[in-house]
Unconditional design. Structure first.
Length: 89
């Protein structure tokens, strides 16, 4: 009963996949900007945090894609699409 107010009907994992995309962009931007920072310590921390964010993005991306696939695809086609996605990813 308490969880009902937190569920958004019809959205599925869409917010999670959008968040995953933004994390990827943010981590990649930090990784790229680290080369332009002249202070060596700041550059290293920017590089480190950029790679951490990219790792979280990469690790969570496939799980989010699987969840989105299960919400968007008809049950009779899920095995076929999941196998294709797993092969390409």
């Amino acid at each position: 009963f308490a969880m009902k107010k937190f569920q958004t009907p019809g959205r599925g994992p869409r917010i999670s996949i959008i968040l995953s995309i933004f994390l990827g962009i943010w981590g990649s931007t930090m990784y790229a900007v680290a080369g332009w920072i002249e202070d060596e310590i700041s550059s290293r921390y920017c590089l480190l945090f950029g790679r951490i964010i990219q790792g979280v993005w990469t690790g969570g991306q496939q799980a989010v894609e699987q969840a989105y696939l299960s919400a968007a695809v008809h049950p009779s086609k899920r095995v076929e699409y999941t196998a294709t996605l797993s092969t390409c990813a």
